[in-house]
Each structure stands twice: as structure tokens, then as C-alpha cells.
Design a protein around this ligand. Structure first.
Ligand SMILES: *Cc1c(COP(=O)(O)O)cnc(C)c1O
Length: 470
């Protein structure tokens, strides 16, 4: 046997060591600098190492994890890591990842992953149910970007006037046009460029004072494009814009798109899973009518990267885009399962559904609802504190878990300097944003360990830095 396996005793020893490191991480993460004090020599050693001829004891690798990798990592799970939309993972996550790796199911053909396929179908069915989408389907993706790309590809081919598979966009004389708001995430720019629509055919509709798409301007633009001989085909709405968490009026957009025969895709990567909170049930009622929806379990379901998901209302059109069945595949039918390779761009696919399924079953829906309500509450609390203090300016309504604000007596450059000083100090990690041309500090709560004390600390720290910065 080649020496790349562990014997049962080595398995147990490795699991024990990893378990101890994870337990130690849990108790130490809050004490670590959020952004690490980099050990440049250690990084140079990593970069300079020759490919080793002989192996090393596993203990040496675990020591390295503890002594080199962890201390030189950004502590995403730290209670004061509030940048971007990046969750602290639930406790079951690392174990689901290990189990998925050990089984190495290939979630392309059900014959290579029967239980995993059933689990992925179940997870997707739960998501569809949460949004009231009946008879729909979906697939787990690497994240929101891939979910958006898949959805836009299906939208494009559905509205292609000829044979999209054979001719692509080369066979089209009138440009296809997509509509979205100015606040939309740049993964849509990427998708629109990658699928050959071209950014020139992406209309960025201005937003209202709550950063939601202006329906009146959307209607005018669609009409103008039709008059000019172009082919409007898709509207991309937001269920949580990436900067401020604004939620576009989904129901009105569904009406509009049905009337105008346009595909409605909702980018819910940031916010749509807030549907788990009763407070947001009504926010998302329109979702049952959208054509496609991207959600990101690695955000509001607090899962380790990567786990996204795209949902479709009509499954036939979706399968037409991705089903390429080569003769060397033996693909027997099993009525209760599917071959997921027919529903997305990937052939080999890892068992990402396990961490979603285990997460939901280990803790239950109610625990997720509490966790989501917890981060919603923290954002409201910070928003209220910012609004009550003249030293700060709240720059957008707090619709989800993001708070965009700035120091009111400082210009853009000084606000930026305060933010980078805070991040470099390791005390907290907030992100930047730009709202209607102005710089904002952005705190996004997707962290299970954050408390109101952390919010208080961050606001005081920002004021202190602003006072002391030259
Ligand atoms: C995070 C995010 C994305 C991209 O998702 P990834 O999982 O990072 O690929 C797209 N849209 C919005 C609104 C997001 O918040």
C-alpha cells in the first residue's frame, strides 16, 4: 500500500490533536488581534520552502497550524470582525467539512453520491419552502457569485430568440439588456461580462433615498431601450444590497417583470436568508414569484466557506442550459434523485450540502432565527447609537445587519485614515463602502460572538483614533 494513508491509531491521534486545537481556538479567538501581527519570517519560510522529498510527522503539521497558520490568519470569528459579509462559522461546520472530505462523494451523478444527492435535494427543498417557491429546483454552489452567474446564464438562454446552445450570442442582432440598481454587487458585472452580454448593456438604475431601485426610472429605461430596438430581458433585484442591506421592492418588480415579459433574478446572497427571522417574513413574500434567486448559506447561515445556492422557479428551462450528457456516462434514472451535473456548470462537485444540512439539523430552525435576530438587533443598536451621537453620521437606514456611517467632523480622507488605523491596530475590522459618492465605514454583523460591548468599544475606539490622528 502506498504510504499516503493513516492507520486507525493515527486517525484517532490526528482527530484528537485537531479537536484540541479547535477547542483552544474557541477560547483564544476573542483575545487575538483581529488582523494579525504578521510574522514576516514565518511567511518567508513558507514562500521559500523546497518541495519536501520526505514527509514529516503529523504532529509537526498540527504544531504549525497552532503556531504559524492561526497566528498569521485574519480572525474572521473574532467578535469584532465586522467587515464585508463574512460569517463566523457554526461549531459543526469543521466536522461536516472533514466528513465530506473523507467520503469524497462526487455530487455530479447520483450513482456516485446517493445520500449526498438526497441531502442536497432536501436542503434545496427547504430553501424553496422558506420562500414559498412551489415546484422549483436549485443547486448548491460555491457562493453567491456562482449562483448569480448560473441564474443569469439561464435567463439569457431563456430569452435568446434562436438556439443559444448552437449560436451563442453570435446569432443575435439586437443586444440583450439587463437592468439593476446602482447598488448591485459587482459579481453581476462579472457575470454579465462572462456570459457575453457586455457591460454596455447593463443599465444601472438610480436608487431612492433608501438605496432601493427606482421603479419609475426602471420603467422609463426599459421603454426607451425597446424604442431603440434593443431587447430588454432581465431585471436583477437585491434582497440586501451589499453595502447597506437595502431590499428592492420584490413584489412590485415581480408585477413589472410579468407585465414586461422580463426574467426577474434576485441577488439574495447577503440578505435573503433573513427570511428565517419572523421579522422578515413579510419582506420576502414576493419571492415566490421570482424566476431565480441566489442565496448564500455561508453568510446568514453562519457556515464555513464555501456554500451558496441558486433556486429556480421553472426547472425545465434551467436543465436545458446545463444538461450535456456524454456517451461515456452511465446515468441510470432513480426517480427520487437527480444527476446534479445536468443542473450546473461543474462536473466534479464536492459534498457542500452536508454542512448546510448538519447545521440546520444540529441546531434547528429556532436557533438560526435567534442568531439572525441577534445580529439584526446588534445592527439596530449600533445604528441607534450612531444616530444619537453628533460625532457620527448614519449614512443609510439599517435594513438588515449592515451599518454605514462616518465621523461627521472628518472628510473622506480622514475617515479612511481612521478606518485603516483601526484595522491595523488589530482591535477591530470594519470595511469601507462608498454611498452616493461619499466614503463610509461599514460594520456588518454576521458574527455569532459579537455583543453590544463590542459595538460600544468600536465606537469609542473610532473617536479616540480620530482625536489622536495627526
Ligand atoms: C457576498 C455577495 C455576493 C457574492 O457572493 P460570494 O459568495 O462571495 O460569491 C453577491 N451579492 C451580494 C449582495 C453579496 O453580499
Amino acid at each position: 500500500m502506498p504510504n499516503l494513508l493513516l492507520d486507525p491509531d493515527e486517525h484517532r491521534a490526528a482527530a484528537q490533536r485537531l479537536g484540541e486545537i479547535l477547542a483552544g481556538y474557541e477560547t483564544s479567538v476573542s483575545q487575538r488581534p483581529v488582523f494579525p501581527e504578521l510574522d514576516h519570517e514565518a511567511l518567508a519560510r513558507i514562500l521559500g520552502e523546497q518541495l519536501p522529498e520526505e514527509g514529516r510527522p503529523l504532529d509537526a503539521l498540527f504544531d504549525e497550524l497552532r503556531d504559524v497558520i492561526i497566528p498569521n490568519s485574519t480572525q474572521i470569528a473574532h467578535p469584532r470582525f465586522l467587515a464585508y459579509v463574512l460569517a463566523s462559522p457554526t461549531g459543526i461546520g469543521p466536522f461536516a467539512e472533514a466528513a465530506a472530505a473523507a467520503l469524497n462523494q462526487n455530487c455530479n451523478l447520483w450513482t456516485l453520491a446517493p445520500a449526498a444527492t438526497a441531502i442536497e435535494l432536501k436542503v434545496v427543498a427547504w430553501f424553496l419552502e422558506l420562500f414559498g417557491i412551489e415546484d422549483g429546483g436549485g443547486i448548491v454552489t460555491s457562493g453567491g457569485s456562482m449562483a448569480n452567474l448560473c441564474a443569469l446564464t439561464v435567463a439569457r438562454d431563456t430569452h435568446h430568440p434562436g438556439n443559444p446552445r448552437l449560436d451563442g450570442l453570435q446569432g443575435i442582432s439586437q443586444p440583450l439588456v439587463v437592468y439593476t440598481s446602482e447598488e448591485t454587487h459587482n459579481s453581476l458585472d462579472k457575470a454579465i461580462s462572462m456570459i457575453g452580454i457586455g457591460l454596455r448593456n447593463l443599465r444601472r438604475i438610480p436608487t431612492d433615498d433608501r438605496f432601493r431601485i427606482r421603479l419609475d426610472l426602471l420603467g422609463e429605461q426599459v421603454e426607451r431601450d425597446r424604442r431603440e430596438g434593443k431587447t430588454p430581458f432581465c431585471v436583477v433585484a437585491n434582497a440586501g444590497t451589499v453595502a447597506t442591506g437595502a431590499i428592492d421592492p420584490i413584489e412590485e418588480l415581480a408585477e413589472f417583470c410579468a407585465r414586461e415579459d422580463l426574467w426577474l433574478h434576485v441577488d439574495g446572497a447577503y440578505g435573503a436568508l433573513a427570511v428565517l427571522s419572523k421579522r422578515h417574513r413579510n419582506t420576502f413574500v414576493g419571492m415566490s414569484r421570482v424566476d431565480s434567486l441566489a442565496v448564500d448559506p455561508h453568510k446568514l447561515l453562519f457556515l464555513p466557506l464555501e456554500a451558496g445556492c441558486v433556486l429556480f422557479r421553472d426547472t425545465a428551462g434551467w436543465r436545458n442550459v446545463f444538461s450535456f450528457v456524454p456517451s461515456y456516462f452511465d446515468m441510470p434514472d432513480e426517480p427520487s434523485l437527480v444527476h446534479f451535473t445536468e443542473y450546473g456548470p461543474q462536473l466534479s462537485r464536492s459534498f457542500k450540502a452536508l454542512k448546510i444540512w448538519w447545521g440546520l439539523r444540529a441546531f434547528g430552525r429556532r436557533a438560526y432565527e435567534e442568531a439572525i435576530d441577534g445580529v439584526l438587533d446588534l445592527a439596530s443598536y449600533m445604528g441607534e447609537r450612531v444616530e444619537a451621537d453628533a460625532a457620527f453620521e448614519l449614512m443609510a437606514p439599517v435594513d438588515l445587519t449592515a451599518v454605514c456611517f462616518r465621523l461627521s467632523d472628518c472628510d473622506d480622507a480622514r475617515n479612511e485614515a481612521v478606518l485603516s488605523t483601526l484595522v491595523e491596530s488589530g482591535a477591530a475590522f470594519l470595511g469601507p463602502a462608498r454611498l452616493k459618492g461619499r466614503f463610509a465605514l461599514r460594520a456588518c454583523f454576521t458574527n455569532l460572538r459579537t455583543s453590544r460591548r463590542d459595538v460600544d468599544f468600536i465606537l469609542e475606539e473610532l473617536l479616540r483614533i480620530a482625536r489622536t490622528l495627526p
